[in-house]
Every structure is written in structure tokens, then in C-alpha cells.
Design a protein around this ligand. Structure first.
Ligand code: NAP
Length: 488
């Protein structure tokens, strides 16, 4: 987590499940102010969850038929008189029109469900604004992260979490109980100062994906340009051959595996950098720089994008023989052989290279699929820590090694063929090998006993320059103890 992030309230993080007080929430009467999409979905879900619902509208007669018959639709003042908990399903701009209700609302809990149209749109959050308009009420921010659709379809579809915050613990607990009875998971986000953060959440567009997506697009652009120069521009300039037809499939298909492979190595590179930093400083208590922190946090997304590119590469490769250009080339070759009266074109080395290349490629894709599937929260939650780290760390590293074999068998001896250096540019695969091979070599070095032991001690709390009694697990799994200090 970056230093900036540490100052912010944590998202998510204290589930209020099991916090229920002895008063059962179900069966109580809940008020809803407003009769729009959200109010309707909320009323339906509340009724289905066993609550009595009273809806307050400016025009109850016109709106009544939009609500389930079990919900009472009446004037705003009438509705709020009948309940102590009222969901304000009205836009912020219209809060002030509710001020006439201030007297009847006094002492009641108002649940602010509103969202804005822009991040940090107003100086104060909507919930704080509502609280300032109704100082005699207790305001709880919540439910805004759910869409009307999620509410209506119930907690089995879509996001189950309801983030709540309020300056009043009791009111927050009451709303949390209601959320729980509705089948959602209430998450305590602390006091009212978190409301702005909660209101910004639905407005964020894939925040965790921005850096990985830009990274993969950047890599794609670089490799695409490089391949374009080698496969299209070079033959055009040197031999006046028009190879533009290669752009949609061939150039893209040589670019995708490069991106997939480098991205996969970028999942494991920050771990290597972090380990080097720990070895260098001799402690695990020193904060990583923000860029490394961010990188470590985005590994899952980088890995999933790597899988995405690898899967596209597989589909593109399967489609290669379907191309018209491929058929023409095959026929051309056959005719040439007939003219030259060549009967046997079997090249044993090429046959073996292709068999191995395809086989390791399929295995690498299979392992990447496994990594992608186990990174899904529902699957990850069903694994214990050891299983998760075995799949993501050990199998992930094996996938990187197998992808390296796939790349090497693709390249074979091309790196030593001077005809492959178009405009003196080395074959693309040699460039892609740089980062993954660095990661693999570093990982092998970390397995050396002297390095592994030191890293293990650091990760168990040992620090350079501190004299501590240290206990190390021996190779047999038993624990051996010894005195240790910085210079040991
Ligand atoms: P909507 O369909 O436009 O409904 C708003 C309701 O506000 C109207 O039906 C109206 O009901 C009531 N209202 C009270 N005073 C009003 C006034 N002076 N002028 C206009 N309307 C007034 O909006 P919505 O989609 O239900 O959203 C309601 C709130 O829920 C918003 O704060 C929104 O940010 C939040 N929210 C919505 C969603 C969603 O998926 N729609 C998701 C999360 C949060 P009466 O005419 O019966 O009084």
C-alpha cells in the first residue's frame, strides 16, 4: 500500500457479519423517501426480506402501482412518521426540498444512498450535507455501491458488500442488521469522514486495472512496431515486396505472445526486486518504495492480462491455416517441389522443434488458465494459504519456465542466423527473453542455501545489526536454535 493510501480509510475491511444485536431487524418497518428506480428496487428487496415498507412520495397515488402491493405508498410526512429508519432515495440536489419534514424526522436514522456524477464532486460528501440539513437526525451512509439492478435481483447476483459509515455506532449497527437480513454483507468503513470515499467507489472505472492495462498496451505497441518493421517494412524497402496483408493476423500473432510472456515475467519480477531489497538492507521492516508497492499490488491484474494475451495468441495460431495467403503459399511450395522434382521434404529437426514447441505452449497455456481461475475471489477463498501460494507462486514460476522453453523452441537457432537481423534488429524473441531470464536466474540464485537461509531469517524477523535469539527450522523440519547477530 502506498504511503498516500495509508492515510485513507481502509476499504473493506471490517466485515460486520456476526455483529448483530439481539433485536431482530426483520419484521420492522422501514421507510423509503422517493419513488424512483432505486426506491422501487429497495422496496422490493425489503419486502422480500420480510420487512414492512412504507414509501414516502410527493405523489403517492400516481406512484403506488409501481411498488409491490405489500409496500404502503403514502405522502412523505405520513411515511416518516411510521418508522425510525428511513432510506433517502432522492438525489442530493433535492435534499433541501425535504427540509419541511425536519420536525417529523428528528431523532430518526436517515440512510443516505446517493451517488455523485463525478469523483469528489462537492466539497462535502452527500451524507455530510444531509447531516448538516437535518442535525436532529442520525445519518448513515450506505447501499450506494449497489445498483438498483443488484438490489432487485438480490444478493445472489452482483456485489454482496454494503459499505457503511456513520458517526453513530448504534445507528450503523441497525442499518448493518437490515443489510444482513437482506442478504448483503455489511462492511464497517468507520465514521462519517469515510462517506466521500464510499461515494467515490461506484464512480471509479476499474481502478486496479489502469496501470496493468497501460503497461500491456505500451508493450503491445512497442512489440507491434518492432514486428511491423521486421515483417512488413523491411521486405518492402529491401525487396519491394508488399507484405501489408501480414498486419491483421501474422504481426498481431507474433506480438501477442511477446506481451503475454513479458507480462508473466513482470508478475514475478517485483518479488525478486523485493527480495533483493530485503537482502541488501537485511530487514523486512523497511518500507518498499511506492512504485514497488504499487507493482506488487497489481500482480494479479498483470497476470490476468498475460493470460488474456496468451489465450488470444492460441486462438490466432489456430486460425493461421485458415488464411487464404497460407493456402496460396502451400500450393506455391507444392508446385515448386514438383518442378524441382523433390520427393522428400521431411526435415527431422524441424519436425521435432515444432512438436516440442506446440506441446510446451499448450502446457504453458494450461498452467496460465489454472493461475487465472484460482485468482478469482470465489476460487481463491476456497483454498488455504499454502494451496494458494503453491499455485500462484510455484506453478506460476513453472509456467514462466515452460513459456521460456516455448519461446526458445520457437526461436531455435534463429538468433545465430545473420539473415534474421533485419535492419540489424535481432529477432523479437531474443528481446522477450531478457526479463523472464533475469527472473529465472534470480530465482535460481535465491534457492542457493546461503541466500535462501538469509532470506528466510529476514522474513522471520531477523534484522541486520540487531542481536537477537533466533530459531530456524532445520532441513528435517525440526527447529534448531542459535544465537545470531548482524555479522552471522
Ligand atoms: P430517480 O429514479 O430519479 O428517483 C428520484 C426520486 O426522488 C423521484 O422518484 C422522486 O420521488 C424523489 N424526489 C423527492 N424530491 C424530489 C424533487 N424535489 N425533485 C425530484 N425528485 C424528487 O432516481 P434513482 O435512480 O432512484 O436514484 C435515487 C437516489 O439513489 C440517488 O441519490 C442516486 O444517486 C441513488 N442511487 C441510485 C442507484 C441506481 O441504480 N438507480 C444506485 C445507487 C444509488 P417522488 O416523485 O415520489 O417524490
Amino acid at each position: 500500500m502506498s504511503r498516500g493510501d495509508m492515510a485513507k480509510p481502509l476499504l473493506g475491511h471490517r466485515s460486520m457479519e456476526g455483529d448483530s444485536s439481539s433485536t431482530p431487524a426483520a419484521g420492522r418497518t422501514i421507510g423509503v423517501l422517493g419513488s424512483g428506480d432505486f426506491a422501487r428496487s429497495l422496496a422490493i428487496r425489503l419486502v422480500c426480506s420480510g420487512f414492512k415498507v412504507v414509501v414516502g412520495s410527493r405523489n403517492p397515488k400516481r406512484k403506488a402501482n409501481l411498488f409491490p402491493s405489500a409496500a404502503e405508498v403514502t405522502f412523505q410526512a405520513e411515511a416518516v412518521k411510521k418508522t425510525d429508519v428511513i432510506f433517502v432515495a432522492v438525489f442530493r440536489e433535492h435534499y433541501s426540498t425535504l427540509c419541511d419534514l425536519a420536525d417529523v424526522l428528528a431523532g430518526k436514522i436517515l440512510v443516505d444512498v446517493s451517488n455523485n456524477t463525478e469523483i469528489n464532486h462537492h466539497k462535502e460528501s452527500n451524507a455530510e450535507y444531509l447531516a448538516s440539513l437535518f442535525p436532529a437526525c442520525t445519518v448513515v451512509k450506505g447501499f450506494n455501491v449497489l445498483s438498483a439492478w443488484t438490489l432487485q435481483s438480490g444478493a445472489r447476483d452482483g456485489n454482496k458488500q454494503v459499505l457503511l459509515c456513520s458517526n453513530n455506532q448504534e445507528a450503523k449497527r441497525t442499518v448493518a442488521e437490515i443489510a444482513q437480513v437482506m442478504g448483503f454483507t455489511p462492511v464497517d468503513m468507520g465514521c462519517m469522514s469515510s462517506a466521500r470515499e464510499i461515494e467515490n467507489i461506484p464512480l471509479r472505472l476499474l481502478p486496479a486495472w489502469k496501470i496493468p492495462i497501460f503497461l500491456s498496451l505500451g508493450l503491445f505497441l512497442c512489440f507491434f512496431t518492432y514486428n511491423l518493421i521486421r515483417q512488413v517494412i523491411h521486405p518492402y524497402i529491401r525487396e519491394q515486396k508488399n507484405k501489408l496483408y501480414k498486419i491483421p493476423i501474422e504481426v498481431v500473432n507474433t506480438t501477442l505472445p511477446c506481451v503475454a510472456y513479458v507480462m508473466l515475467s513482470l508478475v514475478y519480477l517485483p518479488g525478486v526486486v523485493a527480495a533483493c531489497s530485503q537482502l541488501y538492507y537485511g530487514t523486512k521492516y523497511r518500507r518498499f518504495p511506492d512504485w514497488l508497492d504499487q507493482w506488487l499490488q497489481h500482480r494479479k491484474q498483470i497476470g490476468l492480462l498475460s493470460f488474456f494475451c496468451a489465450a488470444l495468441h492460441a486462438v490466432y495460431s489456430l486460425c493461421l491455416p485458415m488464411r487464404r495467403s497460407h493456402r496460396y503459399q502451400l500450393i506455391e511450395m507444392a508446385v515448386k517441389q514438383a518442378v524441382e522434382k523433390k520427393m522428400n521434404i521431411w526435415v527431422e529437426e524441424e519436425v521435432w522443434r515444432m512438436e516440442i514447441y506446440l506441446s510446451v505452449g499448450i502446457i504453458a497455456l494450461g498452467l496460465l488458465s489454472l493461475l487465472a481461475i484460482t485468482s478469482l475471489p470465489s476460487i481463491a477463498n476456497s483454498l488455504n494459504w499454502r494451496e494458494f501460494s503453491f499455485i500462484q507462486s510455484t506453478l506460476g514460476f513453472i509456467a514462466l519456465v515452460i513459456s521460456t522453453l516455448h519461446t526458445l523452441t520457437y526461436g531455435w537457432s534463429r538468433a545465430f542466423d545473420e539473415n534474421q537481423y533485419k535492419f540489424y534488429l535481432p529477432p523479437t524473441y531474443t528481446l522477450t527473453l531478457l526479463v523472464p531470464c533475469t527472473v529465472i536466474i534470480a530465482k535460481v540464485i535465491f534457492v542457493l542455501p546461503c541466500i535462501q537461509q538469509r532470506l528466510l531469517r529476514i522474513r522471520r524477523g531477523w534484522e541486520k545489526g540487531r542481536y537477537v535469539k533466533f530459531v530456524l527450522p532445520s532441513a528435517t523440519g525440526e527447529f534448531s536454535s542459535g544465537e545470531t547477530s548482524s555479522n552471522v
